[in-house]
Design a protein around this ligand. Sequence first.
Ligand SMILES: *[C@@H]1O[C@H](CO)[C@@H](O)[C@H](O)[C@H]1NC(C)=O
Ligand SMILES: *[C@@H]1O[C@H](CO)[C@@H](O)[C@H](O)[C@H]1NC(C)=O
Length: 258
Amino acid sequence: MELRLSVCILLLLCTAKSSNGGKILVWYTEASHWINMKPVLETLVDRGHQVTVLVPSASLFMNSSEPSRFQYESFDVSVSVKDTQKCFEDIIHFSMYEMDFMNIFQIYIRFLDLMKNNMKVSLKLLDGVVKSETLMKKLKDGNYDLLFADPIYVGSDLTADILGIPLVFSLRFSLAHNIERLCGQLPAPPSFVPGAMSKLTDKMNFSERLWNVLFYTLQDVVLEQFMWKEFDKYYSEFRGKQPISNLRKPRQMDYTKQ
Ligand SMILES: *[C@@H]1O[C@H](CO)[C@@H](O)[C@H](O)[C@H]1NC(C)=O
Ligand SMILES: *[C@@H]1O[C@H](CO)[C@@H](O)[C@H](O)[C@H]1NC(C)=O
């Protein structure tokens, strides 16, 4: 009995200490990704953190007038709700009605095509954040402790970098962790960490490891050729040109600030 009591007191002391919450800025997302994000945000609020969610004016599923326990920060974008809807419908049509009648190369090519279109809309949404002086000033003045992002919409890394705060992704996402490795500096030695979407698990034999290394290399080459050039141009506008070797180095964290 006494032991139980002291354990209870110990637990109470722990919760008292951890209720010293932080300020969390949340990147915009859509549909199932938003549904996936909400319980995490609820838990953060339960633990005493203050959560502020960015919402674009062309959002389909995020509704800033809905009663909720988080705060919302809305911003205007140059795409309409219809454009975002079209983007979604194309992807759903592809996965439900087209994919089954295509071979692997056709699927890959069509997928890249859809990603490219998605990227254009993504960059327009991103314009609404990083090109808005009012919003960026507001976010800087907000003194957030970190940016929490679902990576389907690009630009959270750029925004975190401009604001000078750490970035946390909610899920692993890109082909062979391409985005997480190159933008988020996730350590992923290819012979040990199975590439996302390679269908491999953490138990790999020699030939699977070999395939995993090839999978990483292949995705890096393809994505560099088909996608990143446009993003590089966009990011260079804000951060200047940096040699790729610099970007791959883990950023030195400044722990003295605490
Ligand atoms: C957003 O939520 C408010 C309040 O619940 C509701 O009146 C409004 O219709 C919603 N808007 C959309 C687009 O769902
Ligand atoms: C490795 O595992 C795969 C899948 O289980 C299997 O098909 C393959 O034969 C294995 N290779 C070796 C060299 O054991």
